[in-house]
Each structure stands twice: as C-alpha cells, then as structure tokens.
Design a protein around this ligand. Structure first.
Ligand SMILES: [Zn+2]
Ligand SMILES: [Zn+2]
Length: 499
C-alpha cells in the first residue's frame, strides 16, 4: 500500500464520534509497529482517544488492563479490524497475541536488571518502553516498535544501540500514552519535557550481547531458546535459569566480590565496567558472558563471587514450578564440577553399596558417636548409602562435595573406620609437644601463622609430612592468637517473586 493511497473505512461507532468515512493510508501499520502505537496514530487525526474511536461498549470490557494491546482479546481484534479495515491477522502481528504465554511477563521493564533480584517489591509500571534514537532519527513518521515494548530487550536489533528507557533531559521513564488518552502522540519526544529523543546520544551494545539477545529474541515467539552448549530449552526454563544465574550475582554477594567479576567481564568484552545500578542491558551483559563458555564461565563467576553453592542457590526460588525446577537444576548443577553425576560411577560406589550396615544402621551408629566429626561423616555416608548423590549429601552435611568424596574414597581404600578418622599425620607424642611449644611461643601481636609454616617446620625438624588439618589443629590448640571467628552459615535470601 503506498503512503498516499486512500482507503475506505467503516467505523463501528462513526456516528458517535463524527469521524470521516475515509482515511489516509499513512496510518497503515509500519514495520514492527506496536499495536498501541498504531492505534494512537490512527485515532490522532480525529482528536479522539483510540478506545473511544474503535471499541464499542462490548469490547471495552476486554480492554481494561492498560497493557491489553499486548495480548488483545479476539473480540477486541475483531472490532479493531472492523473499525480500521486492517485484517485481524495483521492486527494480531502488531501484538504478542501469537506468543506463548509461559507465565512470563515480557512487559516487565529491565526484566534482567539488578532490581529484579534485590528490590522487595519492584515497581511494575505499565506501558513502559525503550526507544532507539537511531530508529527515530530515520523515521518519516515517528512510531514505537513492538520490540521496544519487550521489557528484557536492551538493544535495537537493527542498529545495535542500547535502548533509552529514561529521558536523558528530565529523567522521566519513557512510556506509551494510555489508549484512553486523546493527547498528541509524539513518540520522538519526551512526554514531560518534550526533549527530542531522536537526537539522544546512545551507546552501541557489545557484540556478544547483541548475539545473545538475538538468540532469545529469535526463539521467544515459539517459546524456545537455543543456548550455546545447552541447546534448545523452553522459554520459562531459560528465564528461570537466567534468574538463577543473575540471582547468584546479586543476592547475598559483596560489592568487592562483584567488582572482581565485573572487571573480568569488562576486560573480556572490551567495554566499560558494569556499575552497581545495573539495568537490563547489564543483566544481558552478564548472561552473554556466562554463556560464551558454558559452564566454565559460570563456575568462574560463582567462585569470584564467593557465592553459595548451586544447590543452595536453588533454594532462593521456593515457588518455582516443579517441572521447571527439575530442568533448571539439571542445567545449573553441571556448572559446579563436583556436582556432576559421572563421579557417581567412581570405584567407591561398590564399597558404599556393599557396606554391611544399612543407611539406618549407620545413622544409629552416628547417634552413638561422641565426636562431632565422626558423627557428621557417618551421617553423610548414610545418606549416600541410601542413594543420595554425593553432592546432595554434602549439601546436607554442609561440607564441600570434594570433602565428602575424600572421606568416601578413603573408606573405599581402608574401610569405614578410616573414612571416619581425620588423618593424624605421623607425629609422635614428643614431636607434637615440641611443635606445640614452638607454636605457643609465637608473638601473639603478630599475624596468625599459616598452616604451611607448621608443615614446613615439621618436615624440617622431624622429616615428617603432616596434613593441613593437623597443622591447623595444632595452630588452633596452641597458638597465642585470638580465636578466629567461625563464620556462621550465611543466611540465604529468597528472591522476590513477581512474575
Ligand atoms: Zn534502531
Ligand atoms: Zn524529558
């Protein structure tokens, strides 16, 4: 249809609003135009708000939510088709009517921004948009793209420009007008201060971020995301996985630890350092970096962040749908090398399976134990005997999986009793006494000695190698330093829920 072409339009309620019987085609939908944008442009020449112009009383009831145009009711689509002469199919393509719902609100602005993970109750204003100044600068008739209304989209797919969501002049958040407003529709200007948005300076998104966004944007209409190394997963699983990863970055971590991660990302992408007030763009930067080398990068990130282990991270999302949780768990736990299933087939498995005691008997034995370390080991071994994975049993015992593997492997080599005992080294009584005296005479005002100093001294004096556990125990028992504060198990923050 050429811009000058005129077409006839029958108005549903033409006599009420006194609209003309024909309309210039310049109000035909433009490429990737959002339904709301098109309706606002369509109604403007009449000086009437779109809902009053195009919807009858019957349809109004289906258009009460301020964002109804994202997923318009079929009755409303039919009325719009009648009122504008544009086909229902074409109208649906201006909305997200064809996208599977999957329970995720694409409208939520900065969906992967920091606020989503830290704010108690993040504000959800309707009609929020981002704009691409480069697109607006090229527009003959300025209009709002459908993609700009996706809350997690952070860069213009055409120009690679990071979308502007706030007026740089007055700071107001950019929004579409209500469809019940008869205000002048000028999407190229700030609605508060009339600043020209087409002239706004913008930043080009990093290439890996654009690539990552392309992946999710391509897959979203079908509800499937194709992630590198992972393959195709459902949109809701992908979003839950992204939440898990970004939650691990923002929840219960220290700014200094995050700084280490952000410096690394900035170095790898050759971009400016991410800030603490991270928006949706920075959320995608973090994800893009993690998925460049899955799961290696995620392992590195969790280590840099000193984040709690994946099993505990999962607990931040107690309301996650069980089916989604299972899939996320399977993906997320591979990010932790000790938590992979293949270690389960280790040679120690036969030893555990053939233990004469059942899990229950091992637990009963544990309850009889006086020494806490023997009790903890028996309980963990009982869990594995009962079929729990080593990683899960380690989680229960609150030790690293690596530690539990060590206990079990020692047991497989030397029997249960060996698994329960701390390696003592081969120090004789007099040797231990000499070391104790040497440690006790250390200057108490100086820094606490490190275990390797004790290990080296033992080797030098007696030619005996002791483990760091023995060295540490000697330091703790005989050292003149104040006791090191035992770190309490960190409190786990549950992520805010508002999908
Ligand atoms: Zn653009
Ligand atoms: Zn402004």
């Amino acid at each position: 249809m050429s811009p000058d072409e005129i077409y006839k339009v029958e108005f549903f309620n033409a006599e009420i609003v006194g609209a003309p019987r024909s309309l210039p085609a310049r109000v035909a939908p433009l490429p990737d135009e959002a339904l709301a944008s098109w309706l606002l442009r369509f109604a403007e020449p009449f000086g009437v708000w779109p809902e009053a112009l195009l919807l009858g009383d019957g349809e109004m009831g289906f258009a009460t939510h301020p964002d109804w145009w994202r997923k318009p009711d079929p009755l409303v689509v039919a009325a719009l088709a009648r009122g504008t002469g544009v086909s229902s199919d074409r109208i649906r393509l201006l909305s997200f009517a064809n996208w599977p719902d999957d329970g995720i609100i694409d409208a939520l602005p900065d969906r992967f921004g920091r606020q989503r993970y830290t704010a108690e109750r993040p504000s959800h204003q309707s009609r929020r948009i981002g704009i691409c100044p480069d697109c607006l600068a090229e527009d003959e008739v300025p209009y709002v793209r459908r993609t700009w209304t996706i809350g997690w989209l952070t860069a213009c797919p055409t120009h690679g420009t990071v979308l502007i969501r706030t007026c740089p002049e007055c700071g107001v958040k950019l929004r579409l007008p209500r469809l019940s407003d008869a205000t002048y529709f000028a999407p190229d200007r700030c609605r508060r201060c009339a600043h020209r948005l087409a002239r706004v300076a913008s930043m080009i998104a990093a290439e890996p971020v654009l690539e990552f966004q392309r992946r999710i944007l391509d897959g979203r209409p079908a509800g499937i995301v194709d992630l590198p190394q992972i393959g195709k997963i459902g949109w809701s699983v992908a979003v839950a996985l992204f939440d898990m990863l970004l939650g691990a970055v923002w929840i219960d971590t220290k700014p200094t630890a995050r700084d280490v991660l952000f410096a690394r990302i900035a170095r790898d992408f050759g971009t400016a350092r991410l800030g603490e007030l991270a928006d949706g763009y920075q959320g995608l930067v973090i994800l893009a970096w993690m998925f460049e080398a899955w799961p290696k990068r995620t392992q590195a990130a969790l280590a840099m962040l000193r984040a709690v282990r994946p099993r505990r991270q999962m607990q931040r999302w107690p309301t996650l749908d069980a089916a989604i949780r299972g899939q996320v768990e399977a993906l997320f736990l591979t990010a932790w090398p000790d938590e992979r299933d293949n270690d389960e087939r280790g040679s120690w498995r036969a030893w555990i399976d053939n233990l004469p005691q059942t899990g229950e008997e091992l637990r009963a034995q544990a309850r009889q134990e006086r020494l806490p370390h023997r009790r903890a080991r028996l309980m963990a071994i009982a869990d594995v005997r009962d079929g729990l994975s080593v990683e899960a049993a380690a989680e229960v015992a609150d030790v690293r999986p690596r530690t539990l593997y060590r206990w079990i492997k020692r047991g497989a080599q030397g029997g249960l009793e060996v698994a329960l005992e701390r390696p003592s080294g081969q120090l004789s009584g007099p040797q231990a006494a000499q070391l104790a005296e040497w440690i006790a005479n250390a200057p108490s005002a100086g820094p606490r000695w490190r275990t390797n100093r004790v290990q080296n001294e033992t080797l030098r004096r007696f030619g005996v190698e002791i483990t760091i556990y023995v060295a540490d125990r000697l330091l703790r028992m005989h050292g003149p330093w104040r006791r090191r504060k035992v770190l309490a198990r960190r409190k786990l923050t549950v992520a805010p829920v508002y999908n």
